[in-house]
Design a protein around this ligand. Structure first.
Ligand code: ADP
Ligand code: MG
Length: 635
């Protein structure tokens, strides 16, 4: 994992933890309420609609509360009753009862035959929470509560708290506000992302949309899972319940879709297949939901089976697949999968802390941290998207640079093509008349006066120069090495030195060569010499004052490298970049063809050439050829 990624993950964990801990602390602030530890319960047979009168003297009441296990609901029962003996409450101005967790959805609360509280929260959500205001004279009376169950449990999971209504209510609201803040943040981010989706390219849209929906449904999930909202908006309970189910479904599908976008290989196919199955399930799910809504809850059992039982199986499978896929890919170095797994780890870690606290505090603990884990998870996914955008951008830049380079090369080779065609056609035709002219001039020279001889010599020199240029052109046009042999580098170099020594001496410089005796390469002797002479001649021409040229060669792995180093005038970067271009010359009498020909010969010999130079310091040329061993049968 890269260092940047690690820092990012550490930072995310810190943000999430800091928020989570501070808000969890805020949410858990205890009030000075007294817990009610004992109460009684009674099951109401299905179909009978009992009133307080009917249950008051029943013999079926059984004890519940601290020290008793959570009552198991008998077969066929859907509703139940709770009876609480309220203690003396003279100390309170306005007493209240706070129920941290009630299983069931519709409640009727009676005090001395009078109904004092009633809810109609027909929904799939079975855990609720509310504060019940009581009358000042409710002390030492019996409080009856009829509870309609949703699933297979009815009753209180945590002890109800008796206290001053005002402070109970404050605590209750304060505990629930962090959720609302978090959900609000999720909605905000999701909305921004949804708007952004409109401006994105098609390829980016899927992953953005899936993440936006994951965030949106997380927000919705938190809001609709909060018992607080049900208490506040009980008239929308059905809608909230439906939204909760929708959020759950959207979350799972979009999460799968998101993971599908970040992993590669065979896992991607598995995830895709899973997503398709999940989509079919979603259709069935929505259908069942619709039927249940239209039939006004009569199809509840079927819907419950599809929405809860089947869903939990799907959730388990999903967790398994996503975890395996993302961790395997992270292990193989997929950066996006690493980030995703880190997010998942934050989520997992906080959920575990939550569960531990829940167990340690004897279930008297509100699960809060996992929601912040969800926030961390979502943060990781957003960072992942940003990383993806940054990568796309740098890839684009790299491509365009490569394209530019390729374009330049293409232009260059086209230029070369034209020159070589021109050269081949013209050079050959010109060489013959030149040779003839040269011969006649030499003849004329024999019988002329000294003064005229000087002019003829000048003419001959110029003719030689022209012929040299033509040779260059011809070599360039036809660099194929007609006769390829094994070249003994030391011998070749001796010849080259022989040719160049007079010129070097004239320039007042010094040429030194150190070539090992065991270096051989394949090529055409004449062409190879021409290539090297062109390079060394340039070095000689670049010498100023007491100049030195050093040529040495050595074997490096399977290559022979030849280095030509001079301490001449050197070149700037621009000049180095232009080397080898036809007609590029900085000399008044230069042709700008020497290096062009050299490059061409080296290319045909499967070698490479590199120039490094510094203005005023000197130049170093490194040529690299594939090495070969001595072959006596070869010329
Ligand atoms: P020409 O020698 O006819 O100018 P070349 O193709 O041989 O053409 O060289 C092109 C140019 O490269 C030269 O004009 C010179 O400016 C530069 N050059 C090549 N080799 C050297 C060197 N060793 N030191 C300084 N400049 C060099
Ligand atoms: Mg030259």
């Amino acid at each position: 994992m890269s260092r940047k990624l690690k820092y990012m993950i550490a930072f995310m964990m810190m943000v999430v933890l800091a928020n989570a801990v501070s808000l969890a602390a805020l949410a858990q602030t205890e009030s000075d309420a007294i817990p009610i530890e004992e109460w009684e319960m009674l099951w109401e047979p299905a179909g009978s609609s009992w009133s307080v009168e009917d249950v008051r003297d029943s013999r079926e009441w059984f004890a519940a509360g601290t020290g008793h296990p959570f009552p198991a609901m008998p077969e066929g029962i859907t509703d139940g009753w709770v009876r609480i003996e309220l203690p003396e409450m003279g100390a309170y101005r306005t007493p209240g009862l706070y129920f941290p967790t009630i299983y069931g959805h519709n409640f009727e609360v009676y005090l001395a035959d009078n109904i004092i509280y009633e809810t109609f929260w027909n929904s799939n959500v079975e855990r609720h929470q509310f504060v019940l205001p009581l009358n000042g004279n409710a002390g030492e009376q019996q409080l009856y509560m009829r509870i309609e169950g949703v699933l297979d449990r009815i009753g209180f999971d945590q002890n109800p708290q008796l206290g001053e209504f005002q402070s109970l209510n404050q605590g209750y609201i304060g505990r629930n506000i962090p959720d609302m803040i978090l959900a609000g943040g999720f909605f905000f981010v999701a909305c921004i992302m949804l708007v952004c989706v409109l401006f994105l390219k098609r390829e980016q849209r899927t992953i953005w949309l899936s993440l936006a929906l994951v965030i949106l449904s997380s927000g919705l999930f938190i809001v609709t899972h909060s018992r607080f909202v049900y208490a506040a908006y009980d008239q929308f309970a059905t809608l909230l319940g439906t939204l909760f189910d929708l959020a759950m479904m959207t979350f799972t599908i979009c999460l799968t879709l998101f993971v599908e976008q970040i992993i590669q290989g065979k896992f991607r196919r598995i995830v895709r297949i899973y997503r398709i199955i999940q989509s079919y399930y979603a259709c069935v799910y929505f259908l069942a939901m619709l039927v249940n809504l239209i039939s006004d809850g009569r199809m509840h059992d079927l819907y419950f089976f599809i929405a809860v039982t089947v869903m939990s199986v799907f959730l388990l499978v999903q967790m398994g697949i996503l975890l395996t896929a993302s961790i395997t890919q992270a292990w193989r170095g997929n950066r996006e999968a690493q980030l995703f797994s880190a997010g998942l780890a934050i989520f997992g870690a906080l959920s575990i802390i939550d569960l531990v606290l829940f167990t340690v505090r004897d279930m008297n603990y509100e699960l809060v941290l996992y929601k912040w884990g969800l926030a961390g998870f979502i943060m990781a996914m957003i960072v992942l998207l940003c990383m993806r955008l940054a990568n796309d951008h740098s890839r684009l830049i790299r491509y365009s640079k490569e394209l530019e380079l390729f374009n330049n090369q293409l232009q260059h080779s086209e230029k070369m093509q034209i020159i070589s065609e021109l050269a081949a056609s013209v050079a050959h035709e010109v060489r013959n008349p030149l040779q003839v002219t040269r011969g006649f001039l030499q003849l004329l020279r024999v019988n002329t006066t000294d003064k005229k001889k000087k002019y003829l010599d000048l003419a001959l020199d110029e003719l030689d120069r022209a012929s040299e240029i033509i040779t260059d052109f011809l070599t360039f046009a036809k660099p194929q090495l007609d006769q390829v042999t094994t070249l003994h580098l030391a011998t070749e170099m001796k010849h080259i030195e022989g040719v160049l020594l007079p010129l070097t001496n004239l320039q007042g410089g010094e040429l030194k060569s150190e070539i090992g005796d065991d270096l051989y390469i394949r090529g055409n002797s004449a062409k190879f010499k021409q290539a090297l002479i062109n390079i060394i001649k340039n070095s000689v021409e670049a010498l100023t004052g007491k100049g030195q040229i050093r040529v040495f060669a050595e074997r490096e792995m399977n290559d022979v490298i030849i280095v030509i180093r001079d301490n001449g005038e050197g070149m700037d970067e621009d000049t180095v970049a232009k080397l080898g271009q036809p007609y590029f010359s900085t000399k008044t009498k230069g042709t700008g063809l020497g290096l062009m020909v050299t490059f061409r010969i080296i290319e045909v010999m499967e070698g490479t050439i590199n120039f490094s130079s510094k203005l005023g310091v000197g130049t170093e040329v490194i040529i690299r050829f594939p090495s070969t061993s001595y072959d006596p049968g070869d010329g």
